[in-house]
Design a protein. Structure first.
Length: 191
């Protein structure tokens, strides 16, 4: 049984870890922008937002019926106007600090992995302020290994519980307390 004071410390540390992850997601967004992609187009078109390129978007736009969704047509036009390049599904990217990352493009997002630290940041477009609890769990495991001194109470909680207990037990409490907001797509953001 966890007393209220310990539970509050665990939740505070979890919020700290979430906040760190949310900031780190900006790296993935920057990689996509550096590749010449539009984050909204990738969110709307999924893998089409990075595999088509401007020429493929133009061909698809010409083949798409006029009564098709405006959002879809707008995303294609953004790709055409921006001369969006085709992006390989995997490769390397260098951040502004000179750090190299391996990337893996998927659907409407991208996963970065640092080859030295093994940090994994997985994010779906377009909002860096929103995060997926499942994707966060992998980053939380990395944070716990890398920075256990930052999260002593959370480490203790996780030593007795599965990593999923954060989402199934602690996230609802943080939502009820107004510290996390869960949207209709089951993404979270810090309040």
């Amino acid at each position: 049984m966890i007393d209220d004071k310990d539970l509050q410390q665990i939740k505070d540390e979890l919020l700290q870890a979430i906040s760190y992850f949310v900031v780190r997601q900006e790296l993935v967004a920057q990689a996509l922008l550096d590749f010449g992609l539009d984050l909204n187009a990738v969110a709307i078109l999924g893998s089409g937002g990075w595999t088509l390129g401007a020429e493929g978007a133009k061909q698809l736009s010409e083949a798409t019926p006029n009564n098709f969704e405006d959002e879809f047509r707008t995303a294609l036009q953004i790709m055409i106007d921006n001369k969006t390049p085709k992006i390989n599904q995997t490769g390397s990217w260098q951040d502004k600090n000179g750090e190299m990352w391996n990337y893996f493009m998927h659907g409407g997002g991208c996963r970065l992995r640092h080859p030295t630290t093994d940090e994994v940041i997985d994010w779906d477009c377009p909002y860096t302020t929103h995060f997926d609890a499942f994707k966060f769990s992998f980053h939380l495991e990395w944070q716990i290994k890398k920075f256990p001194e930052r999260y002593p109470n959370l480490v203790g909680f996780l030593s007795q519980n599965d990593i999923n207990a954060t989402e199934h037990y602690l996230f609802p409490e943080l939502v009820n307390e107004g510290k996390l907001i869960k949207d209709l797509t089951n993404l979270y953001r810090v309040a």
